[in-house]
Design a binder for this molecule. Structure first.
Ligand code: F6P
Length: 544
């Protein structure tokens, strides 16, 4: 692939940022706030119902100016336009990248290979609405005539993490008399525990797989079919208890699912960008068509903001640029995502695939190696739990870990003072990280001198506060799109393909080679390295 890409480290903005970094690297947030009483008001942006306070970052107006200059010199605007216009920006797979089309309203158009994809999207959405209404109302019956009470999504990666995260996040909006479970791992424990207390006659499996060839998903799907037929006996039961979500009608048919019960999506939807496609079928059954529509509308609002807002007021662009500032200039290796909202407990796990499968790349679009760091490690846990676990390291450790705090003004479960206490903790953590505690302050608290070094907090640890009104389906759609586009911003500036995932292939191929070597009675000659050979031999000896 020969693509003309900017040599990032040679750009004037990049070099100016390097010089600027060496000037301001020691500058403390205490000083930045003291020098500018308006900082916490000025360095905020509000759009599509999301308030971003980025004042507690180690930046000045000059930093922002240079980062914005970097967007110009690296051609970010053109890359955004190319995505929205359906160009094949996933160059290594020669595909368009159009998760934004999944939430484009009826009547608008996005053309790929001469075809408007928006009507196709709405045809599938209508089919999902019809099916989910029939399941929710009990009109869709199982093989014995009992209504469906349990819905199990079988999928992995993007065909699991989005659905699980969205189900957990929007549980408050879910139909509570239905049980939702998610099976992803090839470890049989996942299947066994998810099904042990369920009646097959009341259970619907959604087999979600873009390719319909993924080892974990197909293994679990076959186990699900055996489990169903063990109780229901007749092969005809499959038609009432299995539906598929896929781009691969051929494999769906071969598995034995009637393609009339298949919900389609397209190769221009990446797995980790697919939760707004038919992959969201379990979400749609859980929360109903109107709430699902609101989820899509929320995401669309963020898409429009990303597409049209000037970069200095553009939430995903600003978040992406701040990430680059720490990743490429401060050398920060990770970023912690800390939702102060229990319903978002799976959000960090969801973001891990979104961010790291997208931007964990070392080869640029022109096939050459990057000369700078790319995607940071994302991790996190909901607050306040994380505070009693790993926050120690963020406050006093030797590593710089920028944090995203995510909070909501209103609770979905207002119980006494719980919500005020939750939010007080979130705000206090951001404050403590930024301003710390000086030796003078510690001494003034009568802390003995020998203990002062342990009791001081150097501060100057950056964070964003992302504040929303209330966790609604629309708010979740906006948050997800915010991170999707911030990942896009970074990938575009780093000139990598954020939409392929070749790094997962080698392990899959090697596993395929080892599988027969672990089968009972196998006497294959082992041709691996001495470590792998010995481990295989040991496993085979012990499992005999
Ligand atoms: O192995 C990685 C991956 O391809 C992810 O990108 C994807 O989300 C996941 O596997 C599942 O793929 P599929 O939906 O095709 O089963």
């Amino acid at each position: 692939m020969t693509t003309n890409i900017p040599q990032l480290t040679q750009l004037a903005a990049w070099q100016a940022l390097e010089a600027h970094y060496s000037k301001i690297r020691e500058l403390h947030l205490r000083k930045l706030f003291a020098d500018d009483p308006q900082r916490g008001i000025r360095m905020t942006v509000e759009a599509a119902g999301i308030y971003l306070d980025y004042s507690k970052h180690r930046i000045t107006d000059e930093t922002l100016r240079l980062l914005l200059q970097l967007t110009e010199e690296s051609g970010l605007r053109a890359r955004i336009d190319a995505m929205f216009q359906g160009e094949k920006i996933n160059v290594t797979e020669k595909r368009a990248v159009l998760h934004v089309a999944l939430r484009t309203p009826k009547g608008q158009s996005i053309v790929v290979d001469g075809e408007d994809v928006v009507p196709q999207v709405h045809t599938v959405l209508d089919k999902m609405a019809d099916f989910s209404t029939r399941v929710r109302s009990g009109v869709w019956k199982g093989h014995t005539g009992k209504p469906i009470r349990n819905i199990i999504n079988i999928g992995i990666g993007g065909s699991d993490l989005g659905p699980v995260m969205a189900y957990e996040a929007l549980r408050q909006y879910s139909q509570r008399d239905l049980t939702f479970r998610f099976i992803s791992n090839i470890d049989g424990t996942d299947f066994a525990e998810a099904t042990r207390d369920l009646d097959a006659a009341e259970t619907l499996f959604i087999i979600s797989s873009k390719t319909f060839t993924t080892l974990e998903t197909m293994t679990n799907a076959h186990t699900a079919r055996d489990w169903t037929l063990k109780t229901l006996k007749e092969a005809a039961a499959v038609a009432r208890h299995f539906v598929a979500v896929s781009t691969n009608a051929g494999e769906v048919g071969r598995f034995g699912i009637d393609t009339a019960n298949m919900f389609e999506f397209w190769d221009w939807v990446g797995g980790r960008y697919s939760m707004n496609s038919a992959i969201g079928l379990s979400t749609r059954i859980a929360i109903g068509p109107d709430n699902f529509r609101a989820l899509l509308d929320g995401a669309h609002q963020m898409d429009e903001h990303f597409r049209t807002a000037p970069f200095e007021r553009n939430l995903p662009v600003l978040m992406g640029l701040l990430g680059i500032w720490y990743n490429n200039f401060f050398g920060a290796e990770t970023l912690a995502v800390l939702p102060y909202e229990q319903y978002l407990k799976r959000f960090p796990a969801y973001l891990q695939q979104l961010t790291m499968e997208s931007n964990g790349k070392r080869i640029m679009l022109d096939g050459t190696e990057v000369k700078y760091q790319t995607g940071p490690i994302y991790w996190g846990e909901p607050g306040t739990n994380g505070q009693h676990s790993f926050y120690q390291l963020i406050h006093q450790g030797t590593k710089l870990i920028p944090c995203d705090f995510i909070g909501f003004v209103q609770s979905l479960n207002s119980l006494g003072r719980h919500h005020d206490l939750l939010m007080a903790n979130m705000l206090a953590q951001a404050e403590a990280l930024a301003f710390g505690k000086t030796p003078q302050e510690a001494l003034a608290e009568s802390i003995p001198a020998w203990l002062v070094p342990h009791r001081c907090f150097e501060g100057n640890r950056p964070s964003s506060v992302i504040l929303l009104e209330r966790l609604t389906p629309a708010a979740l759609g906006k948050l997800v799109a915010l991170y999707e586009h911030s990942v896009f911003t970074q990938g575009a500036i780093w000139s990598i393909d954020s939409f392929d995932q070749w790094g997962v292939e080698l392990g899959k191929a090697l596993a395929a080679r080892i599988i027969p070597e672990l089968e009972k009675g196998s006497n294959c000659q082992l041709m691996h390295d001495s470590s792998t050979n010995t481990l295989i031999e040991r496993y085979n000896r012990s499992s005999e």
